[in-house]
Design a protein around this ligand. Structure first.
Ligand code: PRX
Length: 571
């Protein structure tokens, strides 16, 4: 079946299509209804079915291939590499699950994860899925003010964190930021579970803070079965930015997400059991959730989790990992490619990259010079794909697992199966038919499996934000401008709202403004996105200070405090 037929069938024969995809995962109880769309725009997928994300990502592979590699952790920051087999990963996740249960975490509770890219972060996420708790991962570089607003919204029972992260050899202490965030927040978590990496001081608050190493030892032989949850049971929330300062908790289900990821590994990312997947993202972002943790593992692949910069010790570091671990699919962002090209364009040629099937790039527009350079240097397909935190997996892409298609420079491809993507006039709400017309990229409901269920604890905001911005109709707005050519290839032209994109990272200017405003010497601040050759955009802050004589000192303090700076510095 060709791509067009596959896409058409996914919409016209929706239930049969998704029933076939649902066979890619294990169900404890079969579902009785494929999609309940009786209360639009809400969609409930695989109603009546029970399953578990951790079972599908870990246990089922540990049962059949216990010695296969599952999690490969490489840190060029601390000079360490650890490989966990599926059996070992399951044991670690069971220990973490037992610890969380011992700290009072119950099904449906939230666990906030504020962690660097270390294996324990993956254990924590998978353990939450195992026991039916929701993880809410907050990017490890975020400032206290942003972290506090997320703590207040998620109201976690437990926060899992570590003494510090490390960027480019510089230790970034987390505990102080976390303590300050909890001081600022109205909600107080019952416990803080701390992983001590020995990088930074970690003062413990008696009664609240507990040490992971000791508890792990106490639960070394823990056996904690997976809790079978309804397909519609939320698996996690992940905060993302929009036009207001208040971040939105994107809520994801369980069964729909597992099916969507399993299908995407087959049709888009071309992953086979026993192979190795390397996504260079961070667990704090949606790409990390879907394609460092759940997607590859659900497919029975090893996932390579990397802590460090792409350029340290040199610009060949990622390519050396591809060679050493025989990576078959790699996922990164255009900014990283631009950085590598600038640093050492010949680095690729020094490594055997024959294992690689394709390089996937997403998160920001892929410009033609970058696309051309990497395509030539690598000699493999470069698959640009377009999606959002809200959708959890690609909206636009080529699907070479269905039918090989040529890419077009500047385009992330065509509408992916399951997505009824349209372009509409922002004033009239009319469909723009015919090629090369600029409009807002929208999706007709129901959104396919795996996409956001709602805004955490705020159904109204879900409807108001995403489904009410186009006059006269209820469609999901991506808040991106786009055009479509005569062959059905889309081109993304930028956001319709205040969101900016720094090095593939989505940031809300309003939230950065709030973060900077919390500084005692700032009277007023405005943040705008400015075009940047390397990072796509950078944020520029214009601040009016209360005491101008302190400008020089405060500028450096703000640079450290503002989360945007952390993100920029990370690359
Ligand atoms: O503006 C689009 C841009 O990034 C936004 C979503 O960012 P985030 O929620 O962080 O999810 C990233 C998931 C990959 C989109 O609304 N964007 C994402 N991918 C592309 C893109 N812009 C152009 N081309 C892409 N491939």
């Amino acid at each position: 079946m060709g791509f067009e037929d596959f896409h058409r069938r996914s919409l016209q024969d929706r239930d049969a299509f998704w029933t076939e995809q649902a066979a890619l995962i294990d169900w404890q109880t079969p579902f009785t209804q494929v999609c309940d769309h009786s209360n639009p725009p809400f969609a409930r997928w695989f109603v009546g079915g029970t399953t578990n994300l951790c079972h599908n990502a870990v246990d089922r592979h540990a049962a059949t291939h216990p010695d296969r590699q599952a999690l490969i952790w490489v840190s060029t920051e601390v000079g360490q590499e650890i490989v966990y087999t599926f059996a070992e990963l399951q044991a670690e996740v069971e220990r973490m699950s037992a610890i969380l249960l011992s700290l009072g975490v119950q099904q449906g509770d939230r666990v906030l994860v504020y962690m660097p890219m270390i294996p324990e972060a993956a254990f924590a996420m998978l353990a939450c899925a195992r026991i039916g708790a929701l993880h809410s991962v907050v990017f490890g570089g975020f400032a206290s003010v942003s972290l506090a607003s997320r703590i207040d919204d998620a109201q976690p029972t437990v926060v899992v964190s570590a003494d510090a992260g490390s960027r480019g050899g510089k230790v970034v202490p987390y505990k102080g930021l976390l303590d300050e965030a909890i001081r600022l927040s109205s909600h107080k978590p019952a416990h803080v579970l701390m992983v001590n990496r020995g990088l930074s001081d970690m003062p413990m608050q008696a009664g609240r803070d507990v040490d992971y190493a000791g508890l792990r030892q106490a639960h070394l032989n823990a056996q904690v079965p997976c809790v079978w949850v309804e397909s519609t049971h939320p698996s996690y929330t992940l905060y993302t930015s929009g036009t207001t300062g208040k971040p939105k908790g994107v809520q994801r289900d369980t069964g729909g997400y597992a099916v969507a990821l399993a299908a995407s590994m087959k049709h888009i990312f071309l992953g086979q059991p026993g192979e190795t997947y390397f996504s260079t993202s961070d667990i704090g972002w949606v790409v990390g959730h879907s394609y460092i943790i759940y997607g590859p593992l659900i497919a029975g692949m090893a996932t390579l989790m990397y802590e460090g910069l792409p350029t340290r010790p040199d610009a060949a570091v990622w390519w050396s990992l591809v060679e050493r671990y025989r990576v078959t699919s790699m996922f990164s962002a255009p900014t990283a490619v631009r950085v590598l090209k600038k640093q050492d364009p010949a680095a690729l040629s020094r490594h055997d990259l024959s294992s690689l099937r394709a390089l996937f790039l997403a998160g920001e527009p892929l410009d033609e010079p970058t696309a051309k350079w990497i395509a030539e240097a690598l000699g493999k397909p470069i698959i640009d794909n377009y999606w959002q935190t809200e959708t959890g997996w690609p909206i636009l892409s080529l699907c070479n697992g269905v039918e090989s298609a040529d890419s077009k420079f500047g385009s992330p491809g065509k509408a992916v199966y399951g997505y009824d993507v349209k372009l509409v006039d922002e004033n009239t709400g009319q469909d723009l038919v015919g090629p090369d017309k600029k409009g807002v990229v929208v999706i007709e409901g129901p959104l396919p499996p795996g996409c956001m269920q709602t805004v955490w604890r705020d159904d109204e905001r879900f409807i108001k934000t995403y489904w009410s911005s186009i006059p006269g109709r209820q469609v999901y707005s991506t808040f991106d401008w786009g055009i479509r050519d005569k062959d059905g290839y889309f081109f993304i032209l930028g956001r319709t709202d205040d969101v900016i994109n720094v090095a593939g990272h989505r940031l809300g200017t309003r939230e950065i403004e709030e973060s900077i405003s919390s500084h005692p010497n700032v009277a007023e601040v405005a943040v705008v996105g400015v075009a940047d050759q390397l990072k796509g955009q950078v944020a520029m802050a214009f601040a009016i200070l209360k005491d101008v004589s302190r400008a020089a000192d405060d500028a450096s303090a703000l640079k450290l405090e503002g989360e945007i700076m952390k993100v920029v510095e990370a690359l």
